[in-house]
Design a protein around this ligand. Structure first.
Ligand SMILES: *Cc1c(COP(=O)(O)O)cnc(C)c1O
Length: 356
């Protein structure tokens, strides 16, 4: 199937809910644009994608994903450009990753045309929902769920792919306090850590709530075998600047989500002449670096917050404080460069912007 053959059925709403989207009235994830895209899979093939007014799904209480968790998603952002046009940041990479998740979860591949052209037409139709103020965006949430009305345990034969969107304000956060988690694990070798599966999130809710109660903002997950090697913070990838070198866990173990932001940051770090090492990083190494005064900067990376700077890490009762962000030489600069590309303020030399 190529784009010209893709037929998308469009039913526009007669009751648009659009209103002025200002920083003050944008609450992330609470409000959805007028339309959604829905495409159903049955008899081994995808049907005609439909764009229709945003609204409830009606389904049986026996619907398979509710019981056995064949549910995956993606997170992407569209940004208003200086000339008023709209660009989506690296969505093809999200399409590829969604199919990596689909494969591991025994779900069907989503054709590129349905994902990309469906998203393009949806954003074009709901263009008014892409806010324009500084640091705002339209969050795009593609997802797929298993739809069989059957509670026997087996892979579903029917699926629904859908895309909803939500206008997002600026994601302010002050540097975060991190708890190095050595009781719960997020992912083990051979598991589904590298997928954006709903179940990964479900399993993270209790540990997240527990560390919040203790006064921390997020977990830093460690490996499932030795609880020693760092993995991700919350639902973000993690980077450390040690003695001018950028360190981030490698993806070889299959326990880490291959973030599009992570990849973009690695590219920009290298462009800035900074050495990037993707390899196992132990807490012992970070502690030693901290003791030697070489743990200079640390941050989480992901589409929602872009970069989230770390104030301190608490490991086995010891708090490792990082220098004040105002002293950081590398991460704030990379964040500014990344934002400039997203918001169309500089040339798109890596071809990361997908124009609507
Ligand atoms: C989505 C996600 C990330 C960040 O990925 P991006 O593509 O940069 O948004 C990192 N870790 C986990 C566990 C995630 O689910």
């Amino acid at each position: 199937m190529n784009v010209s053959e893709l037929n998308i059925k469009v039913s526009k709403t007669e009751n648009s809910r659009i209103h002025p989207l200002t920083k003050d009235n944008l609450v992330f994830g609470k409000e959805y644009a007028d339309h959604m895209l829905v495409c159903d899979y049955k008899d081994g093939e995808w049907g005609t994608p439909e764009i229709l007014p945003y609204g409830n799904f009606s389904m049986s209480p026996a619907t398979s994903f509710m019981h056995y968790g064949q549910a995956i998603f993606e997170g992407i952002k569209a940004y208003r450009q200086p000339d008023g046009s709209i660009s989506i940041f690296r969505p093809v990479d999200n399409w590829k990753r969604m199919n990596v998740s689909a494969h591991r979860m025994g779900m069907p591949d989503i054709p590129e045309e349905i994902f990309m052209e469906g998203m393009r037409q949806l954003i074009e139709l709901d263009a008014a929902w892409v806010p324009g103020e500084a640091e705002t965006s339209l969050y795009i949430r593609p997802f797929m769920i298993a739809m069989d009305e059957f509670i026997g345990v087996r892979s579903s034969e029917t699926y629904r792919f859908a895309i909803i969107t939500s206008p997002a304000g600026a994601y302010y956060n002050k540097p975060v306090r991190i708890y190095v988690q050595d009781k719960y694990v997020r992912a083990a070798k051979g598991g589904i850590g590298f997928t954006k599966a709903a179940g990964n999130y479900g399993a993270s809710m209790l540990p997240a709530a527990e560390v919040k109660k203790m006064g921390y903002d997020q977990n830093l997950w460690t490996d499932a075998v030795e609880n020693k090697y760092v993995q991700e913070i919350g639902t973000m990838n993690v980077f450390f600047i040690v003695d001018g070198v950028a360190l981030t866990p490698d993806l070889n173990s299959g326990t880490i989500l291959a973030g599009v932001t992570r990849d973009s940051i690695i590219t920009l770090l290298k462009e800035n002449g900074i050495t990037v090492e993707e390899r196992p990083i132990s807490m012992d190494e970070l502690e030693a670096a901290h003791k030697a005064g070489k743990l200079q900067e640390a941050f989480g990376s992901g589409t929602a917050a872009s970069m989230s700077f770390i104030a301190n890490l608490t490991y086995k009762g010891e708090q490792l404080d990082l220098p004040e962000v105002s002293e950081w030489k590398i991460s704030p600069k990379i964040k500014a460069q990344l934002d400039d590309i997203r918001y169309g303020r500089v040339d798109d030399k890596y071809d990361w912007r997908f124009k609507i």
